[in-house]
Write a new protein. Structure first.
Length: 362
């Protein structure tokens, strides 16, 4: 069964105390100092810490497995006998956990299915700063390869390991590898996250057992990312999540988006923090991408005005539509994240940062 939120990877760190603030290098190669106050810790349940209990503070910085991409929005917490103290990392991956009782603690770090932990000893009235950046990981990932996308490039740049399942058509008449995989829920359950690239063999899309397996996988705690023409991973198991263009009974009917750049309005606050802006430059370098007419029960992460080809019109003239470009849908204890865009040679800097953030949020 997918772990979804399982702690387990213990990282060693060299710790030091004192009031000096450590500095780091941001993703543009510039020096940045850890702020004096980021997100102060607080109890999230249980009773208040008594006034006679000595306290100290903890500060550090969280990174992706590559040690270079800073993780914003990660939850950092310690459990005490009076309840949980937690905080989140800022846009540059820094956190500050204040008011931690003295003594030994296991510090847990989590973002999506990614996690890490580190042991610390808090001293009274002192700031304990992690001398090393702590990188999250401990996640099992499966990637179904496709013809028009390669999320593997993003995973490789983040130094995230994965198993690849061949998603190509088998023209020899044998059952494709990914179809056999999707028919076996026990194999699927070995992974915390499954990635479906655009351009996979979609001959399985109306197979009831596969649709049910995907639905069960998510509801039992698995996370899925699908891009562009792999949209039926969302549409099939969760038809109320979003309304795609065209007839839902025809998997090709949604492929009406046209080539060009679109300014995407970022609706999710965490994504705004990650990019440091409210809009994103989205490049659709291929025609016939799967378009969303409107979100149903899914959260709209990014939306924008795009051109699409009305195949029912007499002149096939392009039409303009304002709709979702990326959505996220929660079901049970898992989720599906879908983007109409994906990783291509023409990828923009905004798209690259968005995809990295999406990966780490699953």
């Amino acid at each position: 069964m997918p772990k979804f939120a399982v702690w387990g990877m213990t990282l060693s760190a060299v710790l030091f105390t004192g009031c000096d603030v450590e500095y780091g290098i941001n993703q543009d190669g510039e020096r940045i100092d850890a702020p004096d106050s980021i997100n102060g810790g607080g109890t999230t349940g249980g009773e208040s810490i008594p006034d006679n209990v000595a306290l100290g503070d903890l500060q550090g910085r969280i990174c992706a497995p590559d040690g270079e991409f800073w993780v914003q929005g990660a939850v950092v917490y310690v459990d005490t006998e009076w309840g949980r103290l937690s905080t989140t990392t800022d846009a540059d991956g820094f956190f500050k956990l204040e008011g931690v009782p003295v003594g030994g603690h296991e510090v847990h770090i989590e973002k999506g299915s990614f996690s890490a932990s580190v042991s610390v000893v808090i001293q009274a009235d002192e700031l304990l700063q992690l001398a090393n950046d702590e990188c999250i990981g401990d996640v099992d990932i499966g990637v179904i390869s496709g013809s028009y996308d390669n999320i593997q490039n993003i995973l490789q740049r983040l130094s995230i390991p994965y198993d690849e399942i061949n998603g190509a058509w088998d023209y020899m008449g044998s059952e494709p590898e990914h179809v056999a995989f999707l028919k076996d829920p026990s194999r699927m359950a070995k992974y915390d996250i499954l990635f479906f690239n655009c351009g996979i063999d979609d001959s399985w899309t109306f197979e009831p057992s596969i649709i049910q397996n995907i639905k069960d996988y998510v509801e039992n705690g698995g996370s899925i990312y699908a891009s562009d023409q792999a949209y039926y991973v969302l549409e099939g198991p969760f038809p109320s999540a979003a309304d795609f263009m065209g007839d839902d009974a025809d998997t090709w009917a949604a492929y009406v988006g046209t080539m060009g750049h679109v300014t995407g309005d970022i609706r999710n606050p965490s994504l705004k923090t990650a990019l440091g802006k409210e809009t994103a430059d989205i490049n659709y370098d291929l025609d016939s991408w799967a378009s969303i007419r409107a979100a149903g029960n899914a959260e709209v992460l990014i939306e924008g005005t795009f051109s699409w080809m009305d195949m029912n019109s007499m002149d096939y003239s392009p039409q303009s539509h304002h709709g979702p470009l990326a959505v996220r849908y929660a079901a049970g204890s898992g989720l599906v994240l879908y983007t109409t865009f994906h990783n291509e040679p023409q990828i923009t800097e905004d798209m690259d940062n968005l995809l990295k953030e999406f990966v780490l949020s699953l």
